[in-house]
Design a protein around this ligand. Structure first.
Ligand code: BG6
Length: 495
């Protein structure tokens, strides 16, 4: 079936930096749908050549040189058109539809615009009669900043599109390593009997970054780490890690299981929130050998910095899933900006028997750990106790690592998270997209963290840029006899 991809906000930042490069990957993988057309729209007029030049510029900046060729660019560019118009205005949209939408094609509409105008664009599409049963709508976060605002945005979309037509992107679900969680858990049966509170002691999900908020200050200050990262990316990873086996690998089955996890998250209250959460804000420090400013001193020529801002740039949460499989297992979530390294991983600590027959030997018996590395490299490593070879008395032990490195470091990746998600929208597969019920349940949980912070008067704790975050986050984990995992993973030898 022919496909028209219509990108509203087609010459904006997200489109130029992310969407076209990801679509280019589909081109080089020969994975574009047959008869594909990409129509980028913007209010400001420009010729098709000028539009192509911008896209090419960002493509060359973002895509590995080895993957760029003039020939592929040309075949990609031949599919791209520019449409001038304001998509909130039905007369202008009507004109675009007449000129570019083909009757015998499926229309995929990507809203690369602020959510405040999603409703107007949907209304306008409807007024012009441009929405058919086969039309799909793709949207991305921020989908509100609370359950209430999400429901309002969603109601505007749902007035025109059914749930089956809506593709809500969480780009973490497009990452290879995140999808691999499904393979790891459900294609390797031996994990299943261990995957519960009888054998698992605690779990850590970490997504850290070294960058600060830079010139996104105004946006970020309204958002913060919990809304920006936990409500979506971390909770989605948590769902895939914790959900029950779905009955099939299809959208309804997978999303139903994820929803159950979100609904089983233990809520916080004024009394419990302080002991189980830490919110932090970065102050001046050093990252990668460079001095960087604090959150309240970021350069912001466009916005006034609020010197009293209590927006958290770091959050650590001790959560619990209250169900048969997981109750009693602390699940630690942490994310933050301007930390000492950029990495994302899941660390699973297994329980140890109290009876230790190796007590008299050299070396300590370590807790078994499974580390699922999500980025920058993806792989799995299992920490095992191994005998140190030699003639020492007894059975001296050493913590050894069984490593599985998924990345082919000799070749650049030929696709990214967005190309995978585009690929699935074109195939009409919603498995890796988030349902309205999931987004709502995630907001419900996050909303009560904020209300508990508010009631408790819990403020941000400062942390020095380039460190691991606020000290109290260590204390929170230590109080359960744990430490944040900060070990080596999969040492990569590039030689
Ligand atoms: C985005 C957040 O959703 O994810 C950003 O808005 C964050 O603040 C980014 O930097 C992180 O994504 P990734 O893929 O680099 O881990």
């Amino acid at each position: 079936m022919k496909t028209d991809l219509f990108i509203v906000g087609g010459d904006g930042d997200l489109a130029l930096r992310k969407l076209y490069p990801s679509l280019y990957y589909l081109e080089i993988n020969n994975s574009m749908p047959e008869g594909m057309r990409i129509i980028g729209s913007a209010r400001t007029g420009q010729s098709r050549e000028e539009f192509h030049a911008k896209i090419k510029h960002w493509l060359q900046a973002g895509v590995d040189k080895k993957l760029y060729s003039e020939e592929k660019w040309q075949s990609f560019a031949d599919k791209i058109f520019f449409a001038q118009g304001d998509a909130t205005q039905p007369e202008q949209l009507q004109q675009i539809g007449k000129e570019f939408f083909r009757d015998d094609a499926v229309q995929v509409i990507y809203l690369s615009i602020p959510p405040q105008i999603f409703g107007k664009v949907c209304q306008s599409l409807d007024t012009c009669g441009l929405v058919k049963e086969s039309t799909r709508l793709v949207v991305e976060k921020p989908l509100g900043d609370s359950r209430e605002s999400f429901l309002a945005i969603n109601a505007e979309l749902a007035r025109v599109f059914s749930e089956k037509q809506l593709f809500r992107i969480d780009h973490y679900l497009g990452k290879e390593s995140v999808q691999n969680l499904l393979a790891l858990r459900f294609a390797n049966d031996f994990f299943e009997p261990l995957w519960n509170n009888k054998y698992i002691d605690s779990i850590q999900i970490t997504v850290t970054e070294t960058v600060g908020v830079g010139n996104r200050w105004a946006f970020y200050n309204e958002t913060g780490a919990t809304r920006d990262m936990v409500q979506n990316h971390l909770l989605q990873v948590l769902c895939l890690m914790a959900m029950e086996p779905p009955s099939a690998l299809d959208a309804d089955s997978v999303r139903a299981e994820k929803l159950k996890v979100l609904k089983s998250l233990k809520p916080f209250c004024k009394e419990s929130v302080f002991d189980h959460t830490v919110r932090g804000q970065y102050v001046e420090g050093e990252v990668g050998g460079e001095t960087v400013p604090g959150y309240l001193e970021e350069e912001s020529d466009k916005y006034e910095i609020d010197p009293n801002s209590q927006t958290e740039t770091y959050v650590a949460i001790e959560s619990e899933i209250e169900n048969w499989r997981w109750s009693g297992v602390p699940i630690y979530l942490r994310t933050g900006k301007r930390l000492n390294k950029k990495h994302s991983e899941i660390v699973i600590y297994f329980k140890q028997s109290h009876h230790n027959i190796f007590k008299g030997s050299k070396g300590e018996r370590c807790q078994n750990k499974l580390i699922i590395q999500l980025q920058p490299d993806s792989g799995i490593s299992l920490h095992l106790n191994n005998k140190v070879q030699g003639l020492d008395a007894g059975i001296p032990l050493r913590d050894d690592i069984l490593n599985l490195d998924f990345d082919d470091h000799s070749e650049p990746m030929k696709h990214d998270a967005y190309s995978r998600l585009f690929f699935d929208v074109f195939r009409n597969d919603q498995t890796l997209f988030v349902s309205a019920d999931e987004v709502e349940a995630a907001w419900l949980w996050v909303d009560q963290i904020f209300s508990s912070w508010e009631e408790r008067g819990q403020k941000c704790e400062p942390y020095v840029s380039g460190t691991e975050g606020p000290e109290r986050a260590n204390m929170m984990v230590n109080s359960r006899g744990q430490k944040w995992y900060d070990g080596e993973y999969c040492p990569i030898d590039l030689d």
